[in-house]
Write a protein that binds this ligand. Sequence first.
Ligand code: ADP
Ligand code: MG
Length: 154
Amino acid sequence: MTDTQERTLVIVKPDGVQRGLIGEVVSRFERRGFKIAGLKLIWIDEALANEHYKDHIGKPFFPGLVKFITSSPVVVIAVQGKDVVKLVRNMMGALKPEEAAPGSIRGDLALSKSFNVVHGSDSPENGLREVSLYFTDKELFDYPRDVENWLKHE
Ligand code: ADP
Ligand code: MG
């Protein structure tokens, strides 16, 4: 990975998997031009949920959040690119349904601030932390793509 590249953790949450939206979500990041560095279906257990969402421990919605995120398999994706953290957050849309812009994943696909289809890391530091929480080094690939020449994402 070059200095300008970032990685972010995207999760297609339980509601997204149950509603058949895995392909819809993955395809948006693919079509935008980001590199998929890792991807798998997993079932998050309570310990991993606590670690992932440790900043939210103690908040009123925390028990419901852990119950939700452990309620079904999820798809975890390590997405790579320049400024990928901020760009993916924009593509996800805001947490509040009334603020999620049309065209964003939440703005197009979600009506709830708890069942909201998708997770994305909120900073480059958390991107690296969260990617390493879900993927081993052997599960991540930084492969050349000829299409980089046509993306001009410099
Ligand atoms: P984001 O997912 O946009 O980064 P947060 O980090 O603030 O949002 O919250 C993490 C997750 O916790 C949200 O995606 C949502 O599933 C849940 N959550 C956050 N705030 C609330 C709330 N007020 N009520 C219910 N669930 C919430
Ligand atoms: Mg967050």
